[in-house]
Design a binder for this molecule. Structure first.
Ligand SMILES: N[C@H](CCC[C@H](N)C(=O)O)C(=O)O
Length: 277
């Protein structure tokens, strides 16, 4: 069968988006890895799958798979592209869309300027919620990596994040520390590793070595985790502009227990068809 898909990106974090509302297909880990390959496949950081909701109060279900085939709980840049996709495909006429993800419900609003504002839910810091092996919740945890002791903020945005503050993201040892943090044994489901440079109380620069995808040009949930950790440490104040290698996001958070809002672009690159099965 030929599967129709759309290639999209959010600040260069790129996606294959598939409508399984009007099509039928099944993806196993090996198939996703092959499709994700940038030489032998289509090439993407994540696969986004649009399905009918299971909860009648929701408009859609949205499943997210990393390039390594692992299914994950949340994807911030993907959520914006999801909203653009279901609108452009006429799968909904709504401008405010409620969607189920493995990490919990999201509300997406398509704004008049075409950007998408996402209620990402409340950041969670309790180690069990991440999950992270620690006795208690702290703004910073010591993490032993390659005989170094790193001080990291640990946050769940539905998916797990470790945030390390660095002097300058351009010289940060992302290639060395990214994989070591991602697979650290204290993160039983692995973790996304963020490298945050504080520019001012309302601006940071950020690079993210993503779980299951490697370093990407942008990571929406990583931006949320970095801002939440920075505000919690007293380094930042809402709103915060986050400069990533692929572009910038604006994030707002009123503090513990409150939802975090992310606003940014979503771009369609091309439509395609791929033989499957
Ligand atoms: N690699 C992430 C999923 C994609 C997140 C990212 N692309 C975003 O925009 O939030 C994880 O394994 O949790």
């Amino acid at each position: 069968m030929l599967l129709h898909f759309t290639k999209m990106h959010g600040l260069g974090n790129d996606f294959m988006v598939v409508d399984l509302v009007t099509q039928r297909a099944r993806f196993d880990e090996a198939c996703i890895r092959q499709l994700a390959d940038r030489h032998f496949g289509i090439g993407f950081d994540q696969l986004l799958v649009v399905e009918p909701p299971r909860d009648p109060d929701m408009d859609f279900r949205y499943r997210i798979y990393n390039a390594d085939g692992s299914e994950v709980e949340n994807c911030g840049n993907g959520a914006r592209c999801f909203a653009r996709f279901v609108c452009d495909q006429r799968l909904t006429h709504k401008r405010e869309i409620r969607v189920e993800t493995q990490g919990g419900p999201l509300t997406l609003v398509i704004e008049d300027d075409g950007r998408v504002r996402v209620n990402m839910g409340a950041p969670r810091f309790a180690p069990d919620a991440v999950p992270f092996d620690a006795a208690e919740d702290r703004p910073l945890h010591d993490l032993e990596v390659d005989s170094e002791t790193l001080r990291v903020g640990v946050v769940s945005m539905g998916n797990p994040h470790a945030v390390l503050q660095v002097e300058n993201v351009d010289s940060a040892p992302v290639e060395r520390l990214g994989p070591a943090i991602e697979s650290h044994p204290r993160f039983p489901r692995r973790v996304n590793a963020g490298f945050m440079q504080v520019v001012s109380r309302h601006a940071i620069r950020l690079r993210v070595y993503e779980r299951g995808a490697g370093e990407t040009l942008a990571c929406g949930t990583g931006a949320c985790a970095a801002v939440a950790s920075g505000i919690r440490q007293g380094l930042l104040e809402s709103p915060v502009d986050v400069e990533l290698p692929g572009g910038s996001l604006t994030l707002e958070w009123a503090g513990d227990g409150e939802p975090l809002f992310m606003t940014g672009p979503a771009v369609r690159v091309f439509d395609g068809r791929v033989p499957l099965g």
